[in-house]
Design a protein. Sequence first.
Lengths: 79, 242, 111
Amino acid sequence: MTAATIFVGILMVISGILAIESKKLLDSFIFLSLLSLLSVFLFIVLKAPDVAITEASVGAGLVTAVLILALRKIGGDEK
Amino acid sequence: MRRFLSALIALGLIIILLEFLNLIPDFGNVDLSKRVSNSFINKSVDGNNETIEFKKSKDLEDGSANVVTSIVVNYRSFDTLGEVTVLFTAALGVGLILKGLRRKRFYREPNFILKTANGILLPLIFLFGAYIFIHGHLTPGGGFPGGTIIAAGILVLYLSNEKFELSHRAKILESGMGTVYVLFGLVGLILSGIFLRNFLPTGVIGELFSAGIVPLIYVAIGFKVGAELSNLISEFQKEGQQ
Amino acid sequence: MIYYISIILIGIGVYGLLSQKNLFKHLISLALIDTAINLFIVSTGYINGKEAPIYSEFTPIANFVDPLPQALVLTAIVIGVGVLALGAAMLIKIKEKYGTLNVEEIRRGDK
């Protein structure tokens, strides 16, 4: 595997840890979205363009939107 | 303490999973001729063994150029019908759970740039979504990503216009498209004795009008997924009765 | 290599499920495990030196990676959104009933 894959993998692991350990929930959502976006790159490396286009529209767009709407519904951030 | 124990358990799980990697073939060294996918790629489930060539082979058992699409909508179509049903159930569940809540709508001034750019952007988003699911049998994409892109367009509409409400026709569209899917299956059952059988001529591989019922079903799935996810977003946005 | 990335991500998700007290963080951990498992399933179909499974002008004759895992993951991703939204709706309901999303406070308030 190329160096780019390893680099993206390390970034994914870091953003996964940050998504879980962030103090604010909004930061967690953004890091989860970043993780989905990076996984799109790996799907393209794995020669799966269909999966990549689905993950790009779902993971980066709709999942974040649904989570932020739900967060607004329960009234903002909570420790 | 709690974090330390959790980290220990997660580490143990990682080690166990790494051990299990010995049971599956090494990364990148799969022998495709031993897998069932081989007959999906060569379109030889029924037994013909010709070599397939782009824009030359015709009247195959499944004429779509995108092999993933031909698996999703033709060979494993019954599976896809089940998955669409799961999605429908999830959307129904969201509606039921959020029904009796005291809801407050989040009032905010829509962004001026978003509001202005909306008129140019939205038709392009919808057009792109429709393009993706109409060309699902030729290029990467298909009904599932196309529907998601349309739902993203609805989301932009919600964000840019505080008075926008999704009409109840979206629900009718969704159930209508589900019915269309089942009807295609029933026609196949009547004409050839197999549920969801491809009963139209498949044409030359790689042309827009090819692959029989595959593009038609993918358009139905695209509308259904788009309407379903838009409904889901509107359930989260809706104002309560009280 | 991609096997290892997805296994480490599954481990991180399980760590999040065990260590966090906020229910929203549990939902995020589940979404993370979802992505990691999708990545793993797609990577089981990769073959060195082969192309994406689409007949086109550039690949007129079959020389493809395994398309079956991709077809399975394609639908699983979209269903993931539906299930995530169902979970988020349940969280809103829990917040309405107990006034908090902390697991331990919910357990104490139940008695």
